[in-house]
Design a protein around this ligand. Sequence first.
Ligand code: AMP
Length: 174
Amino acid sequence: MKDVKDYIRTIPDFPQPGIQFRDITTVIQDADGLQLAIDSMCDKVSDLEYDVIAGAESRGFVFGAPMAYKAHKPFVLIRKKGKLPGKTISQSYDLEYGSTEIEMHVDSFEKGARVLIVDDLIATGGTTEAMIKLVEKLGGIVAGVCVLIELPDLKGREKIAGYRLDSIVSFEGE
Ligand code: AMP
């Protein structure tokens, strides 16, 4: 039987030289790959108590929404600035060059809700850290972070030390 890792395509030098891009399109365009990825992520957090899943645009939606559907939990959106129509709060964070901002609706969940953050991949952890700050600004408790892919060489896990992080596939020294 194929492993989730077998479905991930690596594209060297994208979007810039030296980056090994871990492409999840080849996971989700295969019915077995998609099911295996979602089921594996759900199994990883089966012991976790949470009230709601939050996922970031756009690959966080791809994994977060089916997980929420499967667990019969609500799913809330974290989007780039200016995309959400209601009242929002925002969090800025640094990118390699410059900075960016992500937002959530202020009524995404009740204060004190336990939130599971889902994304496709954790690299440096900068995006995940910003999502954690956003959820906490809104009064949520981060129950954990679940990603399909972890790149341990970039030390994202250390950046969010103290928070539970579950990943399915790891690319280390590759
Ligand atoms: P980071 O903030 O460094 O943890 O990067 C987070 C986001 O950047 C992930 O959600 C990915 O969508 C994207 N990303 C970063 N590095 C890679 C990579 N090597 N392959 C594919 N996506 C990546």
